[in-house]
Write a protein that binds this ligand. Structure first.
Ligand SMILES: *Cc1c(COP(=O)(O)O)cnc(C)c1O
Length: 224
């Protein structure tokens, strides 16, 4: 992929985002771009950084560790967005600024205990499994309030909001997630984050209130 086509894609995604904000009467920049860089080489991330992108999302720890090392001269912010197993929490707590995919208390407790003290609290989104979703990850909507109140107590985490990965075309999922956040905000007013929307559906996600859209294909082209 040439640097030019990456620049064009980055520009086009930025335009889609600004347009979606404007159609939703939202402030410019109120929805942020998380570049999903799984299966992309470090050189593509470096090129995107040079165009102005700082936040990158990775799904697989081992793959991410290599890129974090290779790009440690850059001022990047790393987000973990994949399924997270118990035996990976220590590395994730030490390397990332955000985890979007927490779906059970034991994982949150481990992340809190293992977050190095020299670092800021780890930003957390709880992944919710909405109806009809293909993925098995995510807590159920019924379990969400209890999980949220428990995670909000953990000292080395900062609970920020909710994440979902709805099946393509499930149009009500984004507004459902936004409603769940609103309910939680009556007890947890500090929550400010909705991580939702991917390449195919960033517009309805922004219309429903997304604050992070997680974009891979539209930025980097199809993955191998
Ligand atoms: C791969 C992935 C994305 C990006 O999907 P695209 O359709 O390539 O934009 C977003 N979120 C998660 C959790 C992913 O795994």
């Amino acid at each position: 992929m040439s640097a030019l086509s990456l620049a064009e894609r980055f520009e086009a995604v930025g335009q889609r985002l600004r347009q979606a904000e404007s159609l939703a009467n939202r402030a410019v920049g109120s929805a942020s771009l998380l570049a999903v860089s799984k299966r992309q080489p470090s050189s593509h991330l470096r090129a995107l950084h040079d165009l102005g992108q700082r936040d990158f999302g990775e799904n697989y720890l081992q793959e991410a560790q290599v890129k974090i090392m290779e790009l440690k001269d850059l001022d990047l912010i790393w987000h973990f967005i994949g399924p997270l197993q118990r035996n990976k929490t220590a590395e994730v707590a030490a390397l990332f600024s955000w985890v979007h995919s927490v779906d059970r208390l034991v994982i949150a407790e481990r992340l809190s205990n293992q977050r190095p003290h020299a670092m800021e609290p780890l930003n957390i989104c709880l992944q919710v499994n909405l109806e009809g979703e293909v993925s098995k990850s995510g807590c159920t909507p019924e379990m969400l309030p209890e999980l949220a109140y428990a995670v909000a107590q953990l000292p080395r985490l900062r609970l920020r909001g909710l994440m979902a990965l709805p099946a393509p075309g499930s149009v009500t999922a984004f507004t459902q997630l936004a409603d769940m956040l609103r309910h939680l905000q009556s007890e947890l007013p500090e929550l400010d984050t909705l991580s939702m929307g991917m390449s195919a559906d960033l517009e309805p996600a922004v219309a429903a209130g997304a604050t992070w859209v997680r974009i891979g294909t539209a930025l980097f082209g199809h993955r191998n």
